[in-house]
Design a protein. Structure first.
Length: 287
């Protein structure tokens, strides 16, 4: 599906995700598919009449949720190609599967199953960890119009897809791209690349500036319309990106950076951004 998939469950957060996804579908001139996932047993033929009545009631409620979400997207973006479907399965697994070939998969930060304390739902974490397309977690709906996309860069091969996605987003939004590379200390990038225990911060900063420039250089030619605001920060990545998100309409990060373990699905920085970002977060896995 060359479109955008958004998961709903009737919660406020999921409906805000529908708003965000509808706006994005308009920008990209793409269809929007709304999915509501329920337990699979509701599609089984019940034996007990009482179970049948409960099944019908729950299915009808799901249809109402889907219908409302479709109408909401249509009102927000008249003329948008939007469809909705109620399907049975495990929410995160099914959403990831149905969005395998989508432009992106969008979910709210917390569904109606969440309690007051948690600030991030399990479905959002699983989707961000396992989605093969860019996964966007919407915290408070479409953010203010700052005219900026923030990007976390670390120079790792795994971040290449995230950089490309951020450039594309900045282009369709006609926004500037704020590319942030943060370094707390020199990091080994491969076998034999031993870093000194004592180093000159200015020299390391110059090296990191070259890394950032090299990461962006290939994409500058593909997106000459995008204004780039590069920033190298001496400090930890998470706080730097949280600050960048304050003035951004979208924050883009890779699913795993150069400090991640092999096989790690979602790195510590990506996980932190899902919890702490002030704007929607796009987590982009390597190809």
């Amino acid at each position: 599906m060359n479109g955008i998939v958004v998961g709903v469950d009737g919660s406020k957060q999921s409906l805000l995700a529908v708003d965000w996804a509808a706006d994005e579908a308009v920008r990209r001139n793409a269809p929007l598919r709304i999915l509501y996932v329920i337990t699979p047993w509701l599609f089984d033929v019940p034996v007990d009449p009482r179970a049948g009545a409960m099944r019908a009631w729950l299915l009808h409620g799901g249809e109402d949720i889907v219908g409302y979400a479709v109408d909401r997207a249509g009102e927000r973006a008249p003329g948008l190609d939007v469809t909705g479907e109620q399907v049975g399965g495990q929410a995160a697994e099914l959403l990831v599967d149905r969005a395998e070939n989508a432009l992106m998969l969008v979910v709210g930060c917390r569904g109606r199953g969440g309690v007051g304390g948690p600030i991030l739902g399990s479905v959002a974490v699983q989707v961000a960890s396992h989605a093969r397309c860019p996964a966007v977690v919407v915290r408070d709906g479409p953010s203010g119009d700052h005219g900026e996309v923030a990007l976390g860069v670390d120079g790792s091969p795994a971040s290449t897809e995230a950089v490309g996605f951020a450039f594309a987003e900045a282009s369709v939004r006609r926004a500037r791209l704020h590319a942030v590379l943060a370094w707390p200390h020199p990091i080994s990038t491969g076998p034999g690349d031993m870093q000194p225990l004592v180093y000159d911060p200015e020299l390391v900063t110059e090296g990191e500036e070259r890394v950032l420039s090299e990461c962006l250089s290939g994409w500058r030619a593909k997106f000459p319309d995008v204004e780039i605001v590069p920033e190298v920060v001496h400090g930890r990545a998470a706080p730097a990106l949280v600050r960048a998100s304050e003035q951004a309409d979208l924050l883009v990060v890779g699913s795993r950076g150069r400090g991640g373990f092999v096989g790690l699905l979602l790195g510590s920085v990506g996980h932190a951004m899902l919890h702490r970002s002030h704007c929607p977060v796009a987590v982009v896995a390597p190809a």
